[in-house]
Design a binder for this molecule. Sequence first.
Ligand code: THU
Length: 145
Amino acid sequence: MSIQKNSEVVEPMEKDRLRAAAMAAAEHAYAPYSRFRVGAALLLEDGSVVTGCNVENCSYRLTSCAEQGAIARAVAEFGPKIRVRAVAVANLNDAASMPCGACRQTLAEFGEDGMVVLYPGEGGAMEETTLGALLPHAFRAEYIG
Ligand code: THU
């Protein structure tokens, strides 16, 4: 997927680091129902990396995605002003996958359209896009004043 011109600039080494952090977080996933183990790693403005994993529930709709867990943890650790420059998602199932729609909107709350999104493509290679490409016209806080 093509990179938008407003994309955040993230160094290749930082991308590799984020992906590794997402993979490590996926090891902690609680996914006894889907067995799809997901990790997410956020790169914050100050260079901090915050991870999360999916946490499922026997009442299936209460499942929390890895990205949502990472955002909640980042806010808890660093406060409500966090801004996310990049996010990597990974899974231990060797599957190509991207953040779900709900997670895209959750990420949009704490970053710009140029947020870099790293995800596993077909064959396991790390692919890159932006949040704006995945969620054009996100619902934004400005709308509600
Ligand atoms: N999942 C995530 O953690 N992130 C996503 O963006 C997509 C889906 C999780 C939720 C559920 O535990 C499992 O993957 C299968 O849907």
